[in-house]
Design a protein around this ligand. Structure first.
Ligand SMILES: NC(=O)c1ccc[n+]([C@@H]2O[C@H](COP(=O)([O-])OP(=O)(O)OC[C@H]3O[C@@H](n4cnc5c(N)ncnc54)[C@H](O)[C@@H]3O)[C@@H](O)[C@H]2O)c1
Length: 412
């Protein structure tokens, strides 16, 4: 395919080649936070796990030539593109990994799937339900041709969370009564924190709700094996104007009075309750305004036979209370989830040598490669991402209508 000067790939200078047999050529769009995390995952997965295909970091894409070249060198990508369409057109790319803000997810994912590429797309799947529905249609059409479309709900890949899912699926908690999920951060507490894309609805879709709430809604549904049927919500934007990015550094050195400001158009925090299909009650809190909480994703699930609790800031641990034990000795006990027969742990370090945040992306890469190689169903699928999107939309609708209970449409 002819390429313009502007979109021509840099190193290597040779034209893209078909990936060597036994490899999965990855093309990644976006190279900042998630780009770095996903790069780590793709680089490492084949060196830790026995994989049927070895991920090859074929090409990375950004919009700024110098910056994307630097990112390619730093993160180990063989080539760099400045237009995601050129990335999709490369013969050495079989999977497009989307690590950009939500406003570009649908366009890139649909184009990639239509071009015959597999897709891994960061969460939230899209900025609206309509976009997510279009992505599901593209994923279904692609699946019929062997394509796979997966959402990056990476917290499913924390061994303790995957193990919690296993215990619940085995019936160790019995019928569920409560799912309690909070995701607390504090990076917006300071009113001088700048107006990034995450604070503009047209780029991010929503605020703490889509950023953090998407994760805990997905985890509640994944762990329980049930869907939310309806929600009641409140949300708030506490700081309604923030320094524009260009003026932010001037503001830090030159005084707040002279800083140009722009409107925050998303929520700072969202709190909601809901009901799962079985009748279990669920509560959720997503905020970037919880001073002192850095990345506090906490879950507690209570069933008739027991309870589980998890805190991402202690991610190698799972608390389990078996309510069938004699009351005199029963109680929450700490399971150190580092045994070789715990999920994902078979290939890592000896027991007690814990894992961290970055390993979720290694596990994600492992699962994506195996799904594609085995022709297995995509998990978490774009349909899972759409269902989360429907919950987020219902939360926004409820919050706008004084917390009125708002049903979540079920999958058709
Ligand atoms: N799974 C998680 O734990 C997690 C954590 C953070 C962010 N995310 C999600 O990942 C996505 C990206 O977030 P981030 O924190 O990496 O953002 P970021 O701001 O750190 O990086 C975004 C990147 O996208 C690039 N970009 C934007 N528009 C582009 C376009 N049209 N073409 C090419 N490149 C483009 C930017 O240059 C930048 O490199 C979002 O959907 C976000 O919700 C997921």
């Amino acid at each position: 395919m002819a390429r313009s000067q502007e979109t021509e790939a840099h190193a290597p200078a040779s034209p893209p080649q078909q990936q060597a047999p036994g490899t999965l050529g990855v093309g990644m769009v976006g190279y900042a936070f998630m780009g770095a995390a996903h790069s780590q995952g793709w680089r490492t997965a084949g060196h830790v796990f026995d994989l049927p295909l070895r991920p090859a970091l074929a090409a990375i894409c950004g919009r700024d030539r110098a910056a994307v070249d630097a990112a390619a060198a730093r993160h180990g990508w063989a080539a760099a593109e400045t237009d995601w369409r050129a990335l999709i057109a490369r013969d050495d790319v079989q999977l497009i990994d989307i690590c950009t803000p939500g406003d570009s997810h649908a366009e890139i994912a649909i184009a990639a799937l239509e071009a015959g590429k597999h897709v891994l797309c960061e969460k939230p799947l899209a900025n609206t339900v309509a976009e997510a529905e279009a992505m599901v249609r593209a994923a279904e059409a692609a699946a019929a041709r062997g394509g796979r479309a997966i959402v990056g709900f990476n917290y499913r890949k924390v061994p303790a969370i995957a193990y919690a899912r296993r215990l619940i699926a085995e019936g160790r908690l019995g019928p569920l009564r409560h799912v309690r999920a909070t995701y607390l951060q504090d990076w917006l507490v300071d009113p001088a924190s700048p107006l990034t894309w995450r604070l503009k609805r047209e780029h991010a879709g929503s605020g703490a709700l889509g950023d953090l709430g998407a994760h805990i809604v997905d985890l509640a549904q994944y762990l329980s094996g049930e869907l939310l049927t309806g929600v009641s919500a409140v949300s708030e934007t506490f700081v309604r104007e923030r320094p524009l990015l260009s003026g932010a550094s001037a503001g830090l050195s030159g005084g707040a009075g002279t800083v140009e400001r722009g409107e925050v158009t998303v929520d700072d925090a969202a709190i909601f309750t809901g009901r799962l299909a079985s009748g279990a009650l669920a509560s959720f809190e997503a905020t970037r305004m919880a001073a002192g909480r850095k990345n506090a994703l906490r879950l507690e699930i209570n069933g008739e036979l027991g309870s589980l609790a998890f805190d991402l800031e202690r991610l190698n641990e799972l608390s389990f209370h078996d309510h069938t034990e004699p009351a005199a000795t029963a109680g929450f006990r700490r399971i150190l989830v580092t045994e070789p027969d715990h999920p994902y742990l078979e290939a890592w370090w000896p027991p007690g040598h814990g894992l961290g945040y970055e390993h979720t992306f290694v596990h994600q890469a492992r699962d994506v490669v195996r799904t594609i190689a085995d022709g297995a169903p995509a998990v978490p699928s774009f349909a899972d991402g759409l269902q989360v999107q429907r919950v987020l939309a219902a939360v926004e609708e409820s919050a706008a209508k004084n917390s009125v209970h708002t049903p979540v449409p079920s999958p058709s």
